[in-house]
Design a protein around this ligand. Sequence first.
Ligand SMILES: CC(C)(COP(=O)(O)OP(=O)(O)OC[C@H]1O[C@@H](n2cnc3c(N)ncnc32)[C@H](O)[C@@H]1OP(=O)(O)O)[C@@H](O)C(=O)NCCC(=O)NCCS
Length: 179
Amino acid sequence: MSALVQLAQAPRRSVHLDEGAVVDIREARLPDSVEISALIAPFAAQGVMLPKSAAQVAEAIDRYRVAVVGDRIVGSVGWRPVPPGTAEVVAFAVASEAQGRGVGGRLLDAILREVEAAGRDRVFAMTLRPALFERVGFRRGRHHEVPEKIRMDCVRCPRRVGCREILVLREPRTSGSGR
Ligand SMILES: CC(C)(COP(=O)(O)OP(=O)(O)OC[C@H]1O[C@@H](n2cnc3c(N)ncnc32)[C@H](O)[C@@H]1OP(=O)(O)O)[C@@H](O)C(=O)NCCC(=O)NCCS
């Protein structure tokens, strides 16, 4: 069995975080893929987000950001292109021991800057935590507003009937003045 497979199957060890622990946000690197996948796994098991294999993370690693304490990953977020000109926020998770300290908010800011730099000005997420997104200019919408997402994922999702996820969407401002 390869080292990568062994690591992929190992449960994530939690990090002790004291009050003064410094949490940095940085670009993700290929070797982070396994740890990101392990970070997401318990939340996926609880049904609050979709699972991501290390291979799935690896193939999009240049669109991920991580929160780190020393050499341990305590948070992740990524984006994926959804045609046309739209981006979806994915893999947004903070380890339970690091939650409620603003790490999620910082990750979200970082990925939104990245999405903007990539020239995508329409961003959405499917989430059970809409307030975090609403704080940075997202509004709640209806699932049919992102038909691309429905075609790509929802049609195959076992939880599509009675889906509890809330669509949050941020779009470019229109002038609205009519002049
Ligand atoms: C959603 C999630 C990523 C948020 O991460 P987080 O690091 O806890 O996020 P923040 O700390 O920035 O914000 C969480 C709350 O703590 C508050 N907070 C932020 N900084 C704080 C600080 N220094 N001290 C106390 N509270 C703080 C925020 O106001 C926020 O309040 P809210 O719950 O009313 O929205 C995290 O809870 C998670 O991984 N959940 C499970 C997976 C999931 O649901 N992912 C979302 C999929 S889209």
